[in-house]
Design a protein around this ligand. Sequence first.
Ligand SMILES: *[C@@H]1O[C@H](CO)[C@@H](O)[C@H](O)[C@H]1NC(C)=O
Ligand SMILES: *[C@@H]1O[C@H](CO)[C@@H](O)[C@H](O)[C@H]1NC(C)=O
Ligand SMILES: *[C@@H]1O[C@H](CO)[C@@H](O)[C@H](O)[C@H]1NC(C)=O
Ligand SMILES: *[C@@H]1O[C@H](CO)[C@@H](O)[C@H](O)[C@H]1NC(C)=O
Ligand SMILES: *[C@@H]1O[C@H](CO)[C@@H](O)[C@H](O)[C@H]1NC(C)=O
Ligand SMILES: *[C@@H]1O[C@H](CO)[C@@H](O)[C@H](O)[C@H]1NC(C)=O
Ligand SMILES: *[C@@H]1O[C@H](CO)[C@@H](O)[C@H](O)[C@H]1NC(C)=O
Ligand SMILES: *[C@@H]1O[C@H](CO)[C@@H](O)[C@H](O)[C@H]1NC(C)=O
Ligand SMILES: *[C@@H]1O[C@H](CO)[C@@H](O)[C@H](O)[C@H]1NC(C)=O
Ligand SMILES: *[C@@H]1O[C@H](CO)[C@@H](O)[C@H](O)[C@H]1NC(C)=O
Length: 464
Amino acid sequence: MKVEVVLLLLLFAIMASLGASIHNPIGINYGLLGDNLPSTSQSIYLVQSLLKVPRVKLYEPRPDILQALSNTNIQVTIMVPNQAIPNISLSQNVSDSWVKINLLPFYPKTRIQTLLVGNEVLSDPSIKTTWSMLVPAMRNLKYSLRALDVGSIKVGTTLAMDTLESSFPPSNGTFRSDIAVPVIKPLLQFLNKTKSFYFVDVYPYFAWAANYKSINLNYTLFMNGSAGYKDPFSGLVYTNLLDQQLDAVASAMAKLGYPNIRITIAETGWPNAGDLDQIGANVYNAAHYNRNFVRKLRSNMGTPMRPNQTIFAYIFSLYNENLKGGPGTERHWGLLYPNGSRVYEVDLTGRTPNSKYAPLPEPKNNEQYKGKIWCVVVPGANVTALGPALSYACSQANDTCNAIQRGKKCFMPNTLVSHASYAFNSYWQMFRGTGGTCFFNGLAVQTAINPSYGSCKFPTLSPS
Ligand SMILES: *[C@@H]1O[C@H](CO)[C@@H](O)[C@H](O)[C@H]1NC(C)=O
Ligand SMILES: *[C@@H]1O[C@H](CO)[C@@H](O)[C@H](O)[C@H]1NC(C)=O
Ligand SMILES: *[C@@H]1O[C@H](CO)[C@@H](O)[C@H](O)[C@H]1NC(C)=O
Ligand SMILES: *[C@@H]1O[C@H](CO)[C@@H](O)[C@H](O)[C@H]1NC(C)=O
Ligand SMILES: *[C@@H]1O[C@H](CO)[C@@H](O)[C@H](O)[C@H]1NC(C)=O
Ligand SMILES: *[C@@H]1O[C@H](CO)[C@@H](O)[C@H](O)[C@H]1NC(C)=O
Ligand SMILES: *[C@@H]1O[C@H](CO)[C@@H](O)[C@H](O)[C@H]1NC(C)=O
Ligand SMILES: *[C@@H]1O[C@H](CO)[C@@H](O)[C@H](O)[C@H]1NC(C)=O
Ligand SMILES: *[C@@H]1O[C@H](CO)[C@@H](O)[C@H](O)[C@H]1NC(C)=O
Ligand SMILES: *[C@@H]1O[C@H](CO)[C@@H](O)[C@H](O)[C@H]1NC(C)=O
């Protein structure tokens, strides 16, 4: 009798500890695009013991990481790389091999839960031929999993918000006409039949940054003091931008005949820093976004269209990743610095109220920077890498590097650093309007200090 009671208590204790983690819908994206990131085992320690999240998402099936995750209780989502999709879609054998090589050696010791086939495939026009292969590849992989006796692993794909051609008001959510019938409809049919999820990368940050004049920042950060928005067609009242975006996806799915497929947030987050000309990327906003987001999800309140539904989510990202290209925000999504310390406090169990956090530095860039900006060589840049970068910058357009030719106004001082600064700036001023960035693999940085000297003038655009 006594032994039974003890065993029963033990069982309850185990169930409670399992339940505590499983009921936290929050996970983290473990991105690897940095050359200074902690080791795999250190990273897993940070996920489990510092951040205390019960699930991670990997962008590739890295064997060393899957091995290290074995026996950890962490639930794992892995991605099938975009390049693998065509062959998998064309051959059941290739699909079987993919599962045998990348998944079976680690399962079930590593708690692999979901295979995500491709990363935002439908947002990349350069792989348009892959679009129609997406769902066939998903079908083949699901078939392989069943045949290999691991059919409980879900199959999904991550899609960005640009799969929608309209997302406002939320009830007007509609898939792009180029993909709605040929790709999305079969996708939804597959997700319905296999009881899987629609995985969406959803960033209120980007929606706000592109429309900061008309969208209230507080509304985007789940903060009080902003009036709600009432959808004129559904009558539903929204209190934050994320709910609006999620319900736009739900509306679009309903229009194709699938109103009940559950949504998982495959990526969301807020950048903790960015370039001078990028608005709202700071620790204050990032901390508020992620803290409030986690608390909202933890409360299981769902969205206005889908009240009281648990939404699972993976925050982007574990680390600031220094090798990501693009504007400065891309390298600053992390909850942690590469040295493993926190960028800001955030309790991912959602139990800490805002009032219990220490004060944050006041945001300095919540309004668009209005001054002039130049692009120059970053102090301490690797001089060996400057030469090729300089050539690249000068080769992208005629006339950009005229001023640094012998005898011209910016030739002196005749140094690599000086010439590269001129070329980077020249390149960036010409292409910033069309997506050109001041980065050059970490060799360049924006500055508000005019680098012109003597009769050498560095061009700059009027502020936008
Ligand atoms: C796809 O299959 C072809 C033909 O077997 C092979 O040459 C190619 O390398 C494969 N592609 C990938 C990404 O595995
Ligand atoms: C199936 O794949 C395996 C391993 O990649 C290969 O050895 C085998 O020849 C393939 N079979 C067929 C019928 O393509
Ligand atoms: C609804 O979306 C369509 C495009 O799908 C757009 O043309 C229309 O303006 C939107 N309606 C409203 C009220 O915004
Ligand atoms: C946002 O919220 C803060 C704090 O609640 C408040 O001081 C501020 O006025 C609000 N800003 C806007 C634009 O509503
Ligand atoms: C917003 O206001 C409600 C009630 O007015 C309150 O319960 C909640 O804690 C507030 N949230 C924040 C983030 O201040
Ligand atoms: C799948 O489709 C069936 C029939 O259309 C519907 O009853 C069910 O609610 C759907 N399930 C999901 C998860 O979408
Ligand atoms: C959601 O939960 C609240 C509070 O428990 C309850 O009042 C409400 O009826 C629920 N709504 C739906 C649609 O289930
Ligand atoms: C970690 O890196 C950040 C950013 O470079 C720095 O501010 C912080 O002091 C570092 N922490 C430790 C413990 O080294
Ligand atoms: C500097 O750049 C060169 C050329 O890109 C590279 O081979 C070298 O490893 C770099 N050195 C450092 C310290 O990063
Ligand atoms: C530069 O000018 C030449 C001749 O006018 C032209 O052929 C070439 O495409 C131009 N190059 C670039 C990068 O614009």
